[in-house]
Design a protein around this ligand. Structure first.
Ligand code: GMT
Length: 379
């Protein structure tokens, strides 16, 4: 049987540091590797997108700041660029990550095109679009509309699918396609990175990687760290996607200077993840938590709050440890247990790595997106 012809796919995501951008970039790269033609459309080149890869194109969206607008608009220029790229390159699919404003722009782009030029629209939900904006009366109806107009909707966890159905009026099926991760080879050794951070072999390196937004509960993270005994058994490394300065006063107040090391806007997370012994996530909600998966790929287990889609990523007591949300003491005790028991930590890390490779690998997840694209193109 002849193989199916490669597809032309437009991908729109937030290009800055964040799990959804990392996922969308890896998906585009994996699809290109499988022979498809990929067109990234965004205001900036996604930060993890390698340059010079065959079949990958980037189309920047130009935003002009007109004095006329009190708030700059991105949706309209994005939709114009989506329509232009769809027409010029004959896109089969526009795959948008985040409903707001990407799905809205894709729907608008389609209505600017002739029927024969129109790509299918696939919208992937990552979390905040449903859990935060979906509840907002100023956004909810627009999100429902964009989802109902999409040719297919996916969510990155069962939890997110359930929340979307609960919070938004969506009359179309939502397919769950979990996230995947493709680790890159670190350019420095574990020892070199630990040396840079000033972490000795006797100290456990705890890693927290996030954008520090309120939902990540950095306050709970620091309260937990302050309760871990003995103090000199560990150091916490925070890979901060945003400015850490609002939290410095709390670090001082808790006497944690010297215990907490912050690195802002790190693009090669692998360097630090490979050097870590334990992940720590204290989020209030999380649709998946890609940083837990990144750590799992490097055999690093995590202690995390039992919220949202995290139980779909961590198998409690086998590949990591789940703790009810909100209790810094319990979080600290669970972390202490793993600090004191390196062989349990290693066994958990190995199980986590195996679980990640068996459930959240590109070879498992990418064909699901390909099958979805083929299906909507045939409908
Ligand atoms: O909250 C974040 O970390 C940012 C956001 C994003 O845009 O990357 O993350 C969301 O999408 C990720 C990729 O699917 C998920 O791993 C995160 O759990 C999700 N964040 C929330 O649900 C709060």
């Amino acid at each position: 049987m002849p193989s199916e012809k490669p597809l032309k796919i437009g991908i729109t995501c937030y290009p800055s540091v964040g799990g959804s951008g990392i996922l969308a970039t890896a998906l585009g790269e994996e699809l290109a590797h499988r022979g498809h033609e990929i067109h990234f459309i965004s205001y900036e080149r996604p930060f993890r997108l390698s340059s010079g890869a065959p079949r990958i194109y980037f189309h920047p969206v130009q935003i002009n700041d007109y004095g006329l607008f009190r708030y700059p608009d991105y949706t309209l220029p994005l939709s114009v660029k989506m329509a232009e790229v769809s027409r010029d390159y004959g896109l089969d699919v526009l795959h948008v990550h985040y409903a707001v404003p990407h799905a809205t722009a894709a729907i608008l782009a389609c209505s600017m095109l002739e029927a024969r030029e129109r790509p299918r629209v696939v919208t992937t939900l990552h979390g905040t679009d449903t859990m935060l904006l979906g509840r907002d009366a100023g956004y909810g109806p627009a999100i429902s509309h964009a989802l109902n107009q999409s040719d297919a909707i996916t969510a990155v966890s069962d939890y997110l699918k359930g929340e979307t159905q609960r919070l938004l009026k969506v009359d179309r099926p939502i397919e769950v396609i979990h996230n995947f991760f493709v680790p890159r080879h670190p350019s420095r050794s574990r020892q070199e990175v630990r040396q840079e951070l000033g972490i000795s072999d006797a100290e456990v390196m705890i890693l927290h990687s996030s954008n520090l937004r309120p939902v990540k509960r950095v306050d709970l993270l620091l309260d937990t760290i302050a309760r871990i005994k003995p103090h000199d058994s560990f150091k916490l490394v925070i890979l901060a996607g945003e400015d850490f300065s609002p939290f410095k006063a709390k670090v001082q107040r808790l006497g944690l200077e010297g215990r907490v090391i912050v690195r802002e806007k790190v693009y090669d997370v692998e360097e630090y993840v490979q050097a870590a012994d334990l992940g720590l996530i204290t989020s209030e909600t999380e649709s998946f938590c890609l940083s837990i998966l990144e750590a799992m790929y490097f055999a690093c287990p995590s202690v995390a709050t039992r919220v949202g889609g995290i139980p779909e990523v961590i198998d409690d007591q086998r590949t990591g440890v789940l703790v009810p949300f909100g209790d810094a003491n319990t979080l600290a005790r669970r972390v202490e247990e793993l600090i004191q028991n390196p062989s349990r930590r290693s066994a958990m890390g190995r199980a986590a790595q195996q679980f990640a490779r068996g459930h959240f690998a590109a070879d498992i997840i990418v064909p699901r997106y390909e099958a979805l694209y083929r299906r909507v193109c045939k409908e």
